[in-house]
Design a protein around this ligand. Structure first.
Ligand SMILES: [Zn+2]
Length: 290
């Protein structure tokens, strides 16, 4: 099992004398979330990280907390295989269009990396049912417009990463995010999902409503969130498997570990802002699984 330092590019941490990430690894912890109960007193509720083993060959899933009863439980990232393609565009300052998707998805397929996206049972119009795919431009714009707030949120996570180092990681990512012209995003919504399906992506069809209670960021390699089990337990959550993002983006030539991690975290927080807070719901707690 890889440690967090390996997952995000070990050499980074070896340069810091006396700093060992392994000290921060507590597998199998349960995360306690304070919530107001019906009688208004503060009682802890448990949002558990239900682990499922997975692999890079299993089709990607979105971070969406809703279940697909037939899910193959592949690694999760915003929009499934859409996120690595977006990271390439931002990193190289080039268009996200049909041509770039053909190029990137072919590379992933050649590496036997599983492609995946999703819709849902009540999609309509130009919307695909995937909030990330439908709001791609809005999410990047939110990351650009809320840089300070996003940095504060990420620096406040129990990530086990030295805060000075994490500051550098975020700064590296925001240089490229800030410079990226969102008009380079040529595809979103139903069109984007359609192209992804044509290129061989597995399609999950998610059921039910958004009732996520937390956001997990998982660094534990070979592991993902058992979305169906969490739904059965009544504690659905968003989950992002960073180790798999790092793999996919690496295959696509995004090899700057600082950019990869910083941009993924920034876009994940921006996604929560757009899909949860901008829809009038309260900010969800973010927990790191490592
Ligand atoms: Zn989605």
């Amino acid at each position: 099992m890889a440690t967090l330092s390996e997952a995000i590019g070990g050499t980074l941490f070896n340069r810091i004398p006396g700093f060992s990430l392994d000290l921060y690894l507590f597998p199998g912890v349960e995360y306690r979330v304070p919530e107001m109960s019906k009688n208004e007193s503060l009682t802890p509720e448990t949002v558990k990280f239900y682990e499922a083993t997975t692999d890079v060959i299993v089709p990607r899933r979105c971070i969406d907390g809703r279940a697909d009863p037939d899910s193959k439980l592949g690694p999760q990232m915003p929009g499934g295989s859409i996120l690595p393609a977006l990271l390439v565009s931002i990193y190289t300052d080039t268009a996200l269009d049909e041509g770039s998707l053909v190029r990137d998805f072919q590379k992933l397929t050649q590496n036997r990396y599983g492609l995946g996206i999703h819709t849902d049972t009540h999609k309509h119009g130009d919307a695909s049912g995937c909030g990330f795919a439908d709001n791609l431009i809005k999410i990047v714009k939110t990351a650009q417009g809320k840089e300070a707030e996003i940095k504060e949120i990420v620096l406040g996570l129990d990530s086990g990463i030295d805060s000075e180092l994490l500051g550098t990681i975020l700064a590296t990512a925001f240089i490229k995010i800030g410079k990226f012209d969102v008009s380079k995003i040529k595809l979103s919504g139903d069109l984007l999902i359609g192209v992804a399906v044509d290129l061989g992506s597995n399609e999950e069809v998610l059921v039910g409503e958004h009732e996520e209670q937390a956001v997990f960021i998982n660094f534990k390699e070979g592991v993902t969130f058992h979305t169906n089990m969490a739904n059965e337990a009544g504690t659905p959550a968003f989950n992002l498997d960073y180790w798999a993002v790092s793999e996919d983006a690496g295959v696509l030539g995004v090899n700057d570990n600082n950019f990869k991690l910083g941009a993924t975290l920034a876009l994940a927080v921006a996604t929560e802002m757009v899909l949860v807070e901008q829809k009038g719901k309260s900010r969800l707690p973010i927990y790191v699984n490592k």
